[in-house]
Design a protein around this ligand. Structure first.
Ligand code: FRU
Length: 506
């Protein structure tokens, strides 16, 4: 090797190594413990998988601008689901098109034959979206493809036989979520196909057979079906299958949202207990949420904390979008209905700093907690429970007069969030509004967990039965916290915990 060449090579290697990025926490609106890319555009979480002690998050990424563009798979890793490190881009667009959403699996039995020297490959299954074919309006521009990595997701080789599922003539044909179906020792693919889900199976991730479809006559159809997921959860000794179907638009509070169905699955057909939609989250900002692969019986969900209604306009710079916190899923019966529950993962407790707790707190009118929180950055977790189930509102505010309100209205039995005075709202006309959500629990007892970052709140009510995730953009950090109740309410256990940042550089 010539000296000049060696120098050039070392410089290139240096550029690659410095490509590993960290977010600048001082950026205005920069989430402090939610993943956001250092710069440019992000949407759906992709290929979330646990492998060799590391959680991998891939995501829809456009590295050249803050708006949606030719899609790549960005990559971030975490040891604990809480602190994420951005890594070099994993998948680049190619002659078959952009790299749209999909999933990743650990092919432990090396069914694909991609493994080497006893090393199990990570296999990514994704949609190729061909922009040239799209313009020709053949309706055949989306196909399913695969790629594999033998070095923990750093380098990927695309399969030479791509696409593994050609398009049968369905315009929206995308977002494959693959999992291993142990009873029949085969891979199952859950694919969003316009207004329904189509299931495919495969012995080796390369050859796929169409099995069945679900949903043309079920659920919500206010928009196109996207980003599905299928997995079982044990409930009272019985296996219940959960089918998540994201939909855009048509959400309960406008725009993008996640619906789900519960039912049986036999390796071929999904049979829903009911054709009615249930919603995963009633906030406006939890889209494309799906679960991690390879986490055993644990089901960990993470979503894109934005909404196609305004995702390209939100006033952040130099990046756009963040993810929700990771959430543990479960099932809970209310009367004869079963619902999916979501709760923040326990790992989040590692961020707890100082706080306070108090028992039997009566709130009639207003309780100002600002003096006690000692937290001017607006990062906290608030937990309380009450046997009195009366109306309440929690207000995050600042000296600029911005307010983000989260509450419960007893008369309508609804939770709500109100971001109409939350700061910058004028980038899209539907942003600054109130959202509401039913209270499903019939208990004469209520428990609330609220998690706040610089630019988001996540409400987990009734042990995860009702969820609301909303982003907001205050003119300055939210530094004040009050709880109000007109009817009066007694908080049996009130706990405030400050949270510390888990991302990037100071
Ligand atoms: C969902 C979605 C997917 C698609 C991707 C493109 O937000 O529209 O259906 O694969 O985004 O970025």
């Amino acid at each position: 090797m010539s000296k000049a060449f060696t120098t050039a090579f070392l410089f290139a290697a240096f550029l690659v190594s410095t490509h590993i990025k960290a977010q600048k926490l001082s950026d205005k609106y920069r989430p402090q413990f939610h993943f956001s890319p250092k710069a440019n555009w992000m949407n759906d979480p992709n290929g979330m998988v646990f492998h060799n002690g590391i959680y991998h998050l891939f995501y829809q990424y456009y590295p050249n601008d803050k708006i949606w563009g030719p899609m790549h798979w960005g990559h971030a890793t975490s040891k604990d689901l809480v602190s994420w490190q951005e890594q070099p881009i994993a998948l680049y667009p190619d002659s078959l098109g952009y790299i749209f959403s999909g999933s990743a699996v650990v092919d432990a039995k090396n069914t694909s034959g991609f493994g080497k020297d006893g090393k199990a490959p990570l296999v990514a299954i994704f949609t190729h979206h061909d922009p040239v074919l799209e313009k020709q309006k053949t309706g055949k521009h989306e196909t399913q493809s695969i790629a594999y990595s033998l070095d923990d997701g750093k380098n990927w080789t695309k399969y030479s036989g791509n696409p593994v599922i050609p398009n049968p003539g369905i315009t929206d044909f995308r977002d494959p979520k693959v999992s291993w179906y142990e009873p029949q020792k085969k891979w199952m693919m859950t694919l969003a196909t316009k207004d329904r889900i189509t299931f495919y199976s495969s012995p080796n991730l390369k050859d796929w057979t169409r099995e069945s479809e679900f949903g043309v006559d079920a659920g919500s159809h206010g928009g196109v079906w996207e980003c599905p997921d299928l997995f079982p959860i044990m409930h009272n000794g019985k296996e219940v299958w959960v089918l998540i179907v994201n939909i855009n638009p048509g959400g309960p509070n406008k725009g993008s949202a996640g619906q789900y169905f519960l039912g049986d699955f036999d390796g071929k057909d999904f049979k829903a207990y009911s054709k009615e939609t249930k919603w995963l989250d009633f906030g406006a900002d939890n889209y494309a949420a799906v679960t991690f692969s390879n986490t055993g019986n644990r089901r960990v969900l993470m979503g894109w904390m934005s909404n196609w209604q305004y995702a390209n306009q939100v006033p952040t710079d130099p990046w756009r979008s963040a993810n929700t916190v990771a959430r543990d899923l479960g099932l809970k019966s209310v009367g004869r209905e079963i619902y999916l529950t979501s709760l923040p993962v326990k790992e989040l407790n590692a961020l707890n700093t100082t706080g306070f707790s108090q028992k039997n707190v009566n709130v009639k009118g207003e309780l100002d907690l600002t003096g006690k929180t000692k937290n001017t950055t607006g990062l906290f977790r608030l937990d309380f429970d009450t046997k009195s189930v009366g109306d309440f509102s929690i207000t995050l505010a600042n000296k600029a007069g911005n307010e983000m309100v989260i509450g419960y209205d007893k008369a309508s039995n609804q939770y709500y969030t109100d971001r109409s005075k939350s700061g910058k709202i004028d980038f899209e006309k539907g942003f600054g509004v109130k959202h509401s959500a039913p209270r499903f629990s019939k208990d004469a007892y209520m428990d609330i967990t609220l998690i706040a970052d610089v630019a988001s709140i996540e409400l987990f009510a009734d042990h995860g039965l009702t969820i609301m995730t909303d982003i907001f953009f205050p003119d300055e950090p939210m530094s004040q916290l009050t709880i109000k109740s007109v009817s009066g309410i007694t908080l049996d256990n009130l706990k405030y915990t400050g949270l510390k940042p888990s991302m990037g550089q100071k």
